[in-house]
Write a protein that binds this ligand. Structure first.
Ligand code: CA
Length: 226
């Protein structure tokens, strides 16, 4: 589970951002000025920083410049006011990875955060095949069998399974499953994930009501159990 630090001095916005990320199962740290934020970052080593530009005590620019000067590679997403185009350019020059202009939608922010976190992760190799119980799945040819007989899986089911298996034993959040399997610009709702998992259980699990492989982690997402 990724940890996000938000440094933002508008209390209402800070609260909204923190709530929204917590709802998506991130661990969230917050600070209302640059200096406190900088200290939090050094002590708690978050995976990503959401950084406002205009901050008391130490500006977003200064935080960014200082971190990069120290060789700290954390992904930084800057929050800028719409009018500050020159500021954005400076922000990117100072080593921010991306920015969103205020006012922004939480959904857009969240998609950008996921993209940054994904880029920061070392690439994982997806498995070419998966074998468990009497099931054999070949992800290269999109073919699956159970007890030697062909098993009918949809493309999305193959992709969902492949992603979960590649991340085991880690829990993958519904939001990330949607993002990776359905695409961040085209997602229905997290219900879609639940429906696909339920269908997969019926096809794969010995007892779909007590799944051993497609395991629910309540309030977070799913995990593959071999
Ligand atoms: Ca501000």
């Amino acid at each position: 589970m990724s940890r996000i630090l938000i440094i933002e001095d508008e209390p209402a916005l800070l609260r909204a951002l923190a709530d929204s990320f917590r709802f998506e199962s991130y661990e969230v740290l917050t600070a209302e000025d640059g200096e406190t934020g900088y200290k939090l970052l050094k002590n708690h080593k978050p995976d990503l920083l959401v950084l406002d530009l205009m901050l008391p005590r130490m500006s977003g620019y200064d935080v960014c410049r200082k971190l990069r000067a120290e060789g700290i590679e954390i992904p930084i997403l800057m929050l800028t006011a719409r009018a500050e185009e020159a500021d954005r350019v400076v922000g990117l020059d100072l080593g921010a990875d991306d920015y969103v202009a205020k006012p922004f939608s939480l959904r857009e922010l969240s998609a950008r955060v996921r993209a940054l976190l994904r880029r920061a992760q070392p690439p994982r190799t997806l498995p070419d095949e998966l074998r468990f119980d009497d099931v054999a799945i070949d992800f290269r040819s999109w073919q699956a069998t159970k007890r030697g007989r062909p098993l009918d899986l949809t493309r999305k089911e193959f992709q969902l399974l492949r992603l979960l298996a590649s991340r085991a034993p880690e829990v993958v959040t519904r939001a990330e499953l949607l993002d990776q399997v359905w695409g961040q610009h085209n997602y229905p709702t997290t219900r879609t994930v639940d429906t696909h998992v339920a269908n997969l259980r019926v096809k794969l699990e010995h007892d779909p009501r007590h799944p051993r492989h497609l395991v629910t982690v309540h309030g977070v997402g799913y995990r593959w159990g071999p």
